[in-house]
Design a protein around this ligand. Structure first.
Ligand code: PLP
Length: 384
């Protein structure tokens, strides 16, 4: 059936709702039941059960996300890391090899570097911005290529189209963590990426009150992931799914506002003499600005920046700023700030941090939906 809802605004609100409506309910009710009366389903995966990822709240969220990313299928998971680990462990087994971007979300970095050896899975880091270097790392047993749309925390943008083509021509499954962009700014399957992964904890839910994740992409691949997820057990609870569905109804509105607030803040920071450098893909000074403009509809809410005074100035900024809350998560309606070297990336070797440009004084900002005038005023007084 062709898609009836066309724009991202309309899809955010309406796509995926149960049809016919359950008892006429406008909002998908919370199906707080672990068991369902047995019907005519055949096979283990079809038994209606929360862990088997086939219950009404899980289906409604997955259908909305599938529609938003213009993809064939989706499945929701208990966390972003459940989505990432399950997707990787669906297409990688003992003896396989992974090509993975060298600048990753902390949890994914630790999964690959700490845990994969025990599973017999090998990996090589690649520079996502240098497609010419990828073929050298390719092996006969390479099965997956893994990227992030905007790397955390320095916001590098890899050559996504080149990666999709490289994976296709070498028989690899291509995966991208699209958390930072959200479907409003970028839909990876539209440029030929096989699987888009999300921490729904962040922009998709947007209200900093649940942990959830999702895998979106080709139907046959999502079927395989769901089968593995059914065994591994990282399934989303119905109440969290209900909150996520509610959060996603305002996704387009929130992300549009976060895009514009972040662009304005990034430009303001760049002009402030107390600021040494700003990394935001929407700034002309960003090394991947042209690529970001080609790929994205908006540049997202994440900014990282360094102050002239280094660590000391960064700490002073966090103390003095009243609006940005000092915390590690991101993507919510509130503006938050963290210093990755002592939080999200503290377990990474200093050598790795230096190589990736994560200095001790680097600050990572997640822009919320507050008034831009008040944000600017607060930043100015805190930097003064
Ligand atoms: C938060 C985050 C994750 C992990 O998600 P959880 O929901 O915390 O498990 C993965 N990737 C990125 C880019 C994230 O920001």
């Amino acid at each position: 059936m062709p898609e009836f809802f066309k724009s991202l605004d309309t899809k955010s609100v309406r796509a995926g709702e149960p049809s016919p409506r359950v008892g006429g309910a406008i909002v998908t009710p919370i199906f707080q039941t672990a068991m369902f009366e047995r019907g005519d389903e055949t096979g283990y995966d079809a038994i209606p059960y929360i862990r088997l990822n086939n219950t009404p709240n899980q289906i409604a969220v997955a259908a909305k996300l599938r529609s938003l990313e213009n993809a064939e299928a989706a499945v929701v998971t208990a966390s972003g890391m459940a989505a990432i680990s399950t997707a990787l462990l669906t297409f990688l087994s003992a003896g396989d090899h992974l090509l993975v971007q060298d600048c990753l979300y902390g949890g994914t970095h630790y999964l690959v570097t700490d845990d994969f050896a025990a599973f017999g899975i090998e990996f090589d880091f690649v520079d996502g911005t240098d497609p010419g270097s990828w073929a050298d790392k390719l092996r006969d047993n390479t099965k997956v290529m893994y990227l992030e749309t905007m790397s955390n925390p320095v916001l590098r943008v890899p050559d996504v189209k080149a990666a999709a083509e490289f994976a296709r021509s070498n028989g690899l499954v291509s995966m991208i963590d699209n958390t930072f962009a959200s479907p409003i700014n970028f839909r990876p399957c539209e440029v030929g990426i096989d699987l888009s992964l999300h921490s729904a904890t962040k922009y998709l839910n947007g209200h900093s009150d649940i942990v959830a994740g999702a895998c979106v992409g080709k139907a046959d691949l999502i079927d395989k992931i769901t089968h593995r997820l059914n065994h591994l057990g990282g399934s989303l609870d119905p109440h969290a799914a209900f909150l996520l569905e509610r959060g996603m109804k305002t996704l387009a509105l929130r992300v549009d506002r976060q895009n514009s607030n972040a662009l304005f803040l990034a430009r303001t920071l760049e002009r402030n003499p107390a600021v040494a450098s700003v990394s935001y893909p929407g700034l002309e000074s960003h090394p991947r600005y042209d690529l970001a403009r080609d790929l994205f509809d908006g540049f997202g809410g994440m900014i990282s920046f360094e102050l002239v005074g280094g660590v000391e100035a960064a700490e002073r900024f966090m103390e003095r700023a009243r609006l940005p809350i000092n915390t590690v998560s991101l993507g919510g309606v509130e503006t938050v700030v963290t210093r990755p070297a002592i939080t999200t990336h503290s377990a990474m070797d200093r050598e790795d941090r230096d190589r990736l440009g994560i200095s001790d004084g680097l600050l990572r900002l997640s822009t919320g939906i507050e008034s831009i005038e008040e944000l600017i005023e607060d930043f100015k007084q805190a930097l003064n």
